[in-house]
Design a protein around this ligand. Structure first.
Ligand code: UDP
Ligand code: MG
Length: 251
């Protein structure tokens, strides 16, 4: 069976124009960089021709895999399904809209291969205003600030879902709707080490953003309170001694 180094998991909701462009952009990077890759597109119940686009890519390129949901289940569910299908040593999540630039993939690989690193998070801080308008940048920055303040966290850009994990981290994740924004915090709670890399933020040329200010700021505020509560209830036990004679039992 093909054993890729990198599994790129891409949630797709009404991104028919972006899917083939993103595929080409990824191949143009991972080919010359010699990164054995699989690309898993998860169609989250799109109403346009995204699934047709995914199907024709699978026919053209055996490194592409497709998963189709029966109906729209949300970005967290689509990312989760992609990550659970991944076979690579490293698992990456990336938006389908080309705002995350595949040119940054080698920097993620370099960072995740450093000793002791389990997760690499993209952070759009320096280039934010190139790809998004004022309202989006302001609401995303506010959401990031509130998240960090209320969950005593120091993730520069939790709203950026361009990330790379060691695959064993994915097995530890139990996600709920909306929690894709908190994956770095959830992994830190499991004892994993996170580092950040600066990433490009391109403008969205095709299709529309699926979130407005309401989603970004207010809906995710509820999720934040849940995460804050979870952080105060971590079990965090450490076994000092253990007594066990069961191996003496025969039969
Ligand atoms: N997405 C999805 N299901 C949804 C909403 C969004 O799979 O219900 C996908 C979408 O196609 C994109 C990613 O999740 O690949 C992030 O969505 P979007 O780019 O609209 O969010 P933004 O970057 O504007 O926050
Ligand atoms: Mg996007």
């Amino acid at each position: 069976m093909y054993q890729p180094l990198l599994s790129i998991c891409i949630p797709v909701y009404n991104e028919e124009e972006n899917v083939p462009l993103l595929h080409q952009a990824i191949i143009d990077v991972v080919g010359p960089a010699n990164i054995p890759t699989e690309i898993i597109f998860v169609d989250d119940g799109s109403k346009d021709k995204s699934w047709d686009a995914i199907q024709s890519l699978v026919q053209k390129d055996p490194r592409v895999r497709g998963v189709k949901f029966a109906f729209n289940c949300g970005e967290t569910a689509a990312s989760d399904a992609g990550m659970r299908h991944a076979r690579g040593k490293y698992v990456m999540t990336m938006d389908a809209d080309l705002q995350n630039d595949p040119k940054d993939i080698p920097a993620f690989i370099k960072a995740i291969e450093q000793p002791g690193v389990d997760c690499v998070c993209g952070t759009r801080v320096a280039t934010r205003s190139q790809g998004d308008n004022f309202i989006r940048v302001a609401s995303s920055r506010t959401a990031n600030w509130v998240r960090n303040a209320l969950s005593q966290e120091n993730i520069s850009d939790a709203g950026c879902t361009y990330r790379c994990f060691k695959r064993e981290c994915v097995d530890k994740l139990k996600l709920y709707r909306g929690l894709h924004r908190f994956i770095p915090t959830l992994l830190k709670m499991e004892g994993y080490t996170i580092v950040e890399v600066a990433v490009t933020n391109n403008p969205r040329i095709h299709g529309e953003s699926k979130y407005g200010v309401w989603n970004r700021l207010f809906k995710s505020f509820h999720d934040l309170l849940a995460i804050r509560w979870m952080k105060t209830r971590i079990l965090g036990y450490k076994v000092a001694t253990e007594l066990d004679r069961t191996e003496e039992i025969s039969g």
